[in-house]
Ligand binder design. Structure first.
Ligand code: JS2
Length: 254
């Protein structure tokens, strides 16, 4: 086969790939935005464009280690104008239980941050910008621990704070009963969310301590949960229930 005969199909494949596969960050986020609004029966108009612009301005043209959490305040405000579902008594936090909590929340009609538009848009994505560049990048970005004010870490801190501050009625948190410290002071749940609970709208927090066969940890025996109770203070009612992992599918956590 002549060289031309070989190159043409490759070029065609690349072009098709670019058209059929939304690989740019902007396309991914706009697609997620439209999917969410449609699923929740919300009018999209040009809201997804506004959301993209608010998101982009938080980190584009900035050193990827100089993006503080409040850089996302405009995005959080824009998203709150577009989609604000009252979900009192169904909000669920988590720590070290991401897969389990999302399966449980979906089956048992709870809502996590990732079920809200704000978390749904960016769950499992990586992004950053660069000084002096208008581009957005999804590779070569600082990891969670490379520097404190990186775009991804700052987003989840600010989004988690906003989610926690909006928690109303009875809220829940799924913690892992199989690890040494289910309530880890360095976790986002402990260091951000618990600190932003608002007892003027939130009444209680119930821990669902998920255990596997043979786990001996109980709500009463775990030292870290005593620290959670202290951190909650006296204005929020605290409850804790051991939930065998095998029971999660039944949605019965009483
Ligand atoms: C989601 C990400 C990503 O209550 C939960 C959520 O609201 C979350 O925002 O913060 C809590 C979980 O964080 P924590 O307690 O540090 O538990 P973990 O299992 O160590 O989760 C680490 C990831 C939390 C922040 N985060 N959240 N979707 O794509 C995502 N990426 C990161 N880094």
């Amino acid at each position: 086969m002549s060289e031309c005969g070989f190159i043409a199909p490759v070029i065609l494949a690349v072009i098709l790939g670019l058209i059929l596969w939304p690989d740019s960050l902007q396309e991914k986020i706009k697609k997620r935005c439209e999917t969410y609004l449609e699923k929740h029966g919300l009018p999209s108009q040009n809201d997804c464009e506004k959301i993209w612009d608010s998101f982009r301005q938080a980190f584009v043209e900035k050193d990827p280690c100089e993006v503080p959490p409040d850089a996302y305040d405009s995005l959080i405000h824009t998203v709150s104008q577009v989609s604000q579902e009252p979900t009192c008594n169904r909000m669920m936090f988590w720590s070290k239980t991401k897969e389990k909590v999302h399966e449980f929340a979906k089956k048992c009609s709870y809502v996590t941050l990732e079920d809200f538009l704000l978390g749904f848009l960016l769950d499992n994505l990586t992004w950053c910008g660069k000084s002096g560049s208008q581009e957005t990048f999804t590779t070569g970005c600082p990891s969670w621990s490379d520097c404190v004010n990186n775009p991804v870490r700052s987003f989840w801190i600010q989004a988690s704070a906003a989610f926690a501050a909006s928690a109303c009625g009875d809220a829940f948190v799924m913690l892992d009963g199989a690890i040494d410290m289910p309530y880890n002071p360095d976790s986002t749940f402990a260091s951000v969310e618990v600190k932003h609970f608002n007892s003027s709208i939130m009444k209680s927090l119930t821990v669902l301590l998920v255990t596997k066969e043979g786990d001996t940890k109980t709500c009463e025996s775990d030292e870290s949960l005593k620290h959670l109770q202290t951190d909650l203070g006296s204005n929020l009612k605290y409850q804790c229930k051991v939930v065998p992992q095998s029971q999660l599918q039944t949605c019965i956590v009483d």
